[in-house]
Design a protein around this ligand. Structure first.
Ligand code: HEC
Ligand code: HEC
Length: 311
């Protein structure tokens, strides 16, 4: 607060207090010309007369006491930039309270320090703590139930682009992940002519529908796939957990399976970023939220056969 505003606030407060005192005195003093206390001279219906009794003394004194109290209050807690003689500040009070709260929480968290997430997942209290962290920190991107959205992976299935072992999931959460799917349209067109992007898309779509008859476009696309895409997605398109390249043969699509979305993927590339949480939450809290994430998935499928698995 600037000193101008300080004086403004102090002036308004003081004027208000003086105003209160003035109002009280003006209304409790009787002037000699006033009628006697119990005769106002007002009469209704012939026999109803109005009395004018002064306020009782104790009532008026109560008002004076509140005014004296407010002056003391201002001197103790301050007004404007004047800090008050009590040196109280909401910031100080908040700091003391959070310090006490943190100490209490650290005590609770000690129990869970250094434990693997699949082990913590068996402890309902650890999972409950993890769920709170998830709602606060992860739900904005992965959804409050962990089902994800376009570009933000579903954490409730057993498909893990970066690996689904307790160790890998914890590493994903603690260190973050940066996926790099380069834009391939120019390279594809240079190698396979003007239809190259559509051909590659036809092949990619055929990977998740193995029962369907293959057309010529997808046959042409396969050749391109086996020269360029194979490096990360593997010869069968089963993916690579080391670089976060998805399995293209399953029915799960991080960015959707429409032709428009696949065109965007090949024309512009995709760079999904999972932030690193260890610097924000510390080791134990990331383990707790990892334990909650562990409970979301059924862990029945395991990595697809043919994928490059990270341990
Ligand atoms: C350098 C490694 C690399 C190469 C080479 C590569 N990709 Fe990818 N691709 C990735 C990564 C990593 C992702 C995940 C991107 C993300 O999560 O943001 C990805 C994602 C995709 C997706 C999105 C999948 C989904 O679930 O939505 C498609 C489709 C795809 N790639 C197709 C291809 C095709 C076709 C080629 C060859 C022209 C190719 N990729 C070459 C690394 C690569
Ligand atoms: C700003 C958005 C954002 C927030 C917040 C976020 N994530 Fe993520 N997360 C992502 C994205 C995007 C990916 C996918 C990266 C990629 O393209 O491969 C991801 C990937 C993951 C994966 C890997 C999934 C797989 O298939 O391997 C896990 C596990 C995960 N997040 C857990 C969490 C947890 C736990 C939190 C909270 C502590 C969290 N995320 C907060 C955006 C976010």
């Amino acid at each position: 607060m600037t000193s101008g505003w300080t004086w403004y606030v102090i002036a308004i407060t003081v004027i208000n207090l003086i105003g209160c005192v003035w109002l009280l005195r003006a209304n409790t003093r009787r002037s000699p010309t006033d009628p006697k206390p119990d005769e106002t001279g007002h009469v209704w219906d012939g026999n109803i007369t109005e009395y004018n009794k002064p306020l009782p003394k104790w009532w008026i004194n109560l008002f004076y006491i509140t005014i004296v109290f407010s002056v003391g209050y201002l001197l103790w807690f301050g007004v404007g930039t004047f800090r008050g003689f009590g040196h109280w500040s909401s910031h100080k009070e908040w700091a003391l309270e959070t310090a006490a709260e943190d100490a209490r929480l650290d005590d609770t968290l000690k129990l869970y320090a250094g434990k693997p997430i699949d082990m913590l997942a068996k402890d309902p209290q650890a999972v409950a703590l993890g769920r709170n962290i998830f709602i606060n920190r992860c739900a904005a991107c992965h959804g409050s139930t962990g089902h994800g959205a376009t570009g933000f992976p579903d954490l409730t299935d057993d498909i893990w682009h970066w690996g689904g072992t307790p160790h890998r999931i914890l590493e994903t959460i603690q260190e973050g992940r940066q996926a790099v799917m380069p834009a391939w349209a120019t390279t594809l067109t240079a190698q396979g002519g003007p239809t190259a992007v559509d051909d590659t898309i036809a092949y990619v779509l055929s990977l998740s529908k193995p029962a369907q008859a293959r057309d010529e476009a997808s046959e042409r696309g396969e050749k391109l796939f086996q020269t360029i895409c194979v490096a990360c997605h593997g010869p069968q398109g089963k993916g690579n957990q080391v670089v976060g390249a998805p399995d293209l043969t399953d029915s799960y699509w991080l960015y959707g399976s429409s032709k428009a979305s696949l065109h965007k993927t090949l024309n512009e590339g995709r760079q999904g970023v999972m932030p690193a949480w260890k610097p924000v939450l510390g080791d134990t809290r990331t383990r707790l939220v990892g334990a909650y994430v562990w409970t979301l998935s059924p862990h029945t499928d395991g990595p697809p056969a043919g994928a490059v698995v990270a341990e």
